[in-house]
Design a protein around this ligand. Structure first.
Ligand code: GTP
Ligand code: MG
Length: 683
């Protein structure tokens, strides 16, 4: 049986899930046509997907069309879920880019187009929603050709438009398919000329793939339909042609043509280019053969956490075959895994299979150590396949359990939901003692929270992370404190004089002593240091840890009976507080290195926004039509930069950010932070 692994990608809401639903119905895989609007599709089965009427995770939708098994992967269009698109693109041989006939090419279309391009995949375009108000095939086609590629050429033309959209003309067969049952018919008279011109253009482009055909065509020879089909197929696989189809997912127009086109024009697994991997032992490159007789290798590209079934790992077989109840080798983790019952997934429905062969996609439950991106293979001559490159999350919020019970559950559930989505990361911020969960944007984290509640019954709150401010001093001072209680019983006596001085930024903390003549016995000095170390945890400006200072114990006195470790510790901590207060204390804030990549035209908007954020632009490097802007910005100002950048650039910008250094907070900002700190204390 032939296989096609194909992904549906697009801007959000272009109709991928609806299209997949119509395909399932057309291929007889389902006998009821579900809809996104009723929450009844096979693909969007997750309760959060149903509620929001949008896809969140990739879905596998295997189906059979004529002699071919189609593994269709429906992906989410919303930009926060780009990780799901990356996973899907890694395991398919061809993509269908869906474009809405009313909205035309959108930001998300350009983004997925670039991703498909980067993955080097052959592709087709499906212009959907031809039945909608404002649908306009020809203007959409024009923007497809001008913004995506001039190699996008129609293989179908629409008959009618909007409410009158009646069917399609196949430009290879030169036949129309009309009405609710897509009945074959002659091309409507008023379309004849247009269809002939479009067919001519198609032939002209397709023959380019074959020198003999070009000569024949240029000599005025007739290109037969078989020759044309062969040329379309080869040029599509070579990326020289991107067939444009048209239809309506809701009205089920153009669906059969799409299914045929996938089988006819897109590559099978063994036509998908050389499969490169590395020998797990030597690191040398090896080429895998996608035939069932070769040693088994597969890539895990998706992990889902089901509260009842447990973990499900979806994998794509690249070479050989694997059967249920077998042992495999995870070459990424160097560990043995037991594969139990294998199955395929149709949305959420599992169907057991005994074996999965090269080129196919399936799943297995309850693997122990295997994660998304891992290679599983035979133990003899193991290989490692390239993993999946996920975007680095750069929007973080602090996550807190609602109740004590949620706290316990959160620690087991968080790793599981993170396993489902590698573009979400969790870390503990030692300075503020918070758990920070990072994703691609606010909806991403909001949906994570929703999934934790719906799927695992854990209630959490998300809030802006605390800023790990620090404190230091500006000038050197000398501070003295005598801790003395000598009324009745055993007294207390400790007396220290210390110098407190600033160190350069990133200087940390130093403690030293210059005690002469036994003013303080040596055995008390460690207690003095301990007192200082403890006291510097809370500075005098707003209670943040003190850094970049040197404390030198220079003098003091003791009492033969009443002095003790604790007395010196107290004296030292009090002396430090005095030293800090006298030393012109100031607040320090973390400064981030931010690298922003935007189309050239947004440069002005970006730099003026950065200046309102107290940022400093350090440099700009033009790169193609883009500009890479290097800046340093206070962390407090860029907590929500993922969202700001998206709104400034309509999602066309990207950025990375990492900690650079600490810097003094300007006085007017300091006052605000101190006041906020006081407010929080009262709450
Ligand atoms: N009129 C019309 N509406 C359509 C068509 N296809 C989809 N829609 C509607 O468009 C909306 C979005 O459809 P989806 O199928 O969820 O789109 P999607 O691309 O899967 O969306 P995401 O997964 O969120 O990116 C729904 O309200 C659909 O009913 C179509 O052919 N015609
Ligand atoms: Mg969808």
């Amino acid at each position: 049986m032939q296989i096609r692994n194909v992904g549906l990608v697009s801007h959000q809401g272009a109709g991928k899930t609806s299209l997949a639903e119509s395909m399932l119905f057309e291929t007889g895989t389902t006998d009821r046509l579900g809809s996104v609007d009723n929450g009844s599709t096979v693909s969007d089965f997750d309760p959060v997907e149903v509620e929001r009427k949008m896809s969140i995770s990739l879905s596998l939708l295997p189906q059979r069309w004529k002699e071919t098994k189609l593994n269709i992967i429906d992906t989410p269009g919303y930009v926060d879920f780009i990780g799901e698109v990356k996973s899907s693109l890694r395991v398919i041989e061809g993509a269908v880019v869906v474009v809405c006939a009313a909205s035309g090419v959108e930001v998300g279309t350009e983004r997925v187009w670039a991703d498909v391009e980067e993955a080097g995949l052959p592709r087709m375009v499906f212009v959907n929603k031809m039945d909608r108000d404002n649908a306009d095939f020809y203007s959409t086609l024009e923007t497809i050709q001008s913004t995506l590629s001039t190699r996008c050429l129609p293989l179908l033309l629409p008959v009618g438009s909007q409410a009158d959209f009646a069917g399609v003309v196949d430009l290879v067969e030169m036949k129309a398919y009309l009405g609710p049952d897509m009945t074959e018919a002659a091309i409507p008279g008023d379309l004849q000329e247009r269809c002939e011109a479009a067919r001519e253009q198609l032939i002209e482009a397709a023959v380019e793939v074959d020198d003999d055909l070009i000569s024949k065509y240029l000599d005025g020879g007739e290109i037969t339909n078989d020759e044309l089909r062969g040329a379309i197929r080869r040029s599509t696989i070579a990326g020289q042609l991107m067939p444009v189809l048209v239809g309506s997912a809701l009205r089920r127009v153009g669906i059969r043509q799409l299914l045929d086109a996938i089988c006819s024009w897109l590559p099978s697994p063994d036509e998908g280019g050389a499969l490169l991997a590395q020998d797990a032992t030597t690191g040398e490159p090896v080429t895998l053969k996608p035939d069932p007789g070769s040693p088994f290798s597969a890539l895990v590209f998706k992990t889902t956490a089901d509260p009842y079934v447990g973990k499900i790992s979806c994998f794509r077989v690249y070479s050989g075959a694997v059967s249920s109840n077998s042992q495999v080798w995870n070459s990424s983790k160097k560990s043995l895994e037991r594969f139990g019952q294998l199955f395929t997934l149709l949305g959420k429905t599992q169907q057991s299979v005994s074996e999965l062969g090269a080129g196919d996609i399936g799943a297995v439950a309850r693997l122990e150590s295997t994660a998304t991106g891992d290679t599983v293979c035979t133990r003899d001559g193991p290989v490692v396949l390239d993993g999946i490159e996920f975007p680095r999350p750069n929007f973080g919020l602090s996550i807190q359990p609602n109740t004590k019970a949620d706290l316990d559950k959160m620690s087991t559930v968080l790793p599981r939901v993170c396993e489902e989505d590698p573009s979400i990361q969790v870390r503990r911020e030692p300075d503020t003692n918070e758990f920070i969960v990072s994703g691609m944007g606010d909806s991403h984290l909001d949906i994570l929270k929703e999934r934790m509640r719906r799927k695992f019954g854990v209630e959490v709150r998300l809030a802006a992370p605390k800023i790990p401010y620090k404190e230091t001093v500006a000038v050197k001072t000398k501070a003295e404190h005598k801790h003395k209680k000598q009324s009745g019983g055993h007294g207390q006596y400790g007396h220290v004089i210390m110098e407190v001085e600033p160190l350069p930024r990133a200087g940390g903390f130093e403690f030293g002593e210059k005690i002469f003549g036994g003013a303080i016995p040596r055995n008390y000095i460690p207690s003095v240091e301990k007192g200082v170390v403890e006291a510097k945890q809370e500075g005098v400006v707003a209670g943040y840890p003190v850094i970049d200072i040197r404390v030198t114990l220079v003098d003091g006195s003791f009492h033969a009976v009443d002095s003790s470790d604790i007395a010196f510790k107290i004296a030292a901590s009090q002396a430090l507080k005095k030293g800090l207060t006298q030393g012109q204390p100031l607040l320090l804030e973390p400064i981030m290195d931010v690298t922003i990549t935007v189309p050239d035209s947004y440069t002005g908007d970006i730099t003026s926004d950065l200046s309102t954020k107290r940022g400093r632009v350090l440099g700009m490097v033009p790169e193609g039509g883009s500009n890479v802007i290097q800046a340093q910005v206070p962390y407090a100002e860029v907590l929500g930069y993922a969202i700001d950048l998206r709104s400034i650039t309509q999602g066309r910008g990207t950025f990375t950010m990492e900690f650079s250094h600490y810097e003094e907070v300007p006085a007017h900002v300091t006052q605000k932070i101190v006041n906020e700190g006081k407010k929080e204390d009262k709450e």
